[in-house]
Design a protein. Structure first.
Length: 104
């Protein structure tokens, strides 16, 4: 399949909205969903941390994943942001076509 979903976390909803809007404006993504209020527990630099984060779900073409990852890293507030690309293996064909048409 030629499509991908990228899972990205941010420190705040405002940061997520800024990144999401830029991805859609640049046509790197057809759509970005923002889910606020996620609680994360993780190990960072030898300590167990807890924080509230916001999730971006980026819908795009797989061929754009590397460009999106590079872009997000340049504008993200974290030194090591969570950006994970997952392949889309099936879905509503009309919706998948829409993603193709709305991304570069």
């Amino acid at each position: 399949m030629d499509l991908s979903i990228l899972y990205v976390t941010t420190k705040t909803k405002a940061e997520a909205k800024k990144i999401g809007r830029q991805l859609v404006e640049k046509k790197l993504a057809a759509c970005v969903n923002i889910i606020d209020g996620m609680n994360s527990i993780y190990r960072w630099e030898g300590s167990i941390e807890e924080s509230e984060e916001t999730i971006l779900i980026v819908k795009t073409k797989l061929a754009l994943a590397d460009e999106i990852i590079s872009f997000v890293k340049t504008v993200h507030s974290y030194s090591c942001p969570c950006i994970i690309a997952l392949p889309v293996v099936a879905g509503n064909t009309e919706y998948l076509s829409w993603i193709r048409n709305e991304s570069l």
